[in-house]
Design a protein around this ligand. Sequence first.
Ligand code: ZN
Length: 82
Amino acid sequence: MTTRPNRLNQHLHGKLHVVPSPMCSCGEAEQDTAHILRDCRNHQVLREEIWPLPESLHNKLYGPVAALQRTTNYISRSGLQV
Ligand SMILES: [Zn+2]
């Protein structure tokens, strides 16, 4: 059994009520961390720019500093409120 990743929008939805829905703006999934970092088509272009080579989700979240800096850069440039 694996633990679920942190949720961005859903977390805010539950705690602060600052967003209307935990669904991602792309409408395809809940806006959780894995979706944003790995799957969301709204951020496909940016994601390919930040990670031109495949990077595991684990590394994006817990990897070496250089990997975490990419993740930070991605979130920052995506315009997501986290
Ligand atoms: Zn999405």
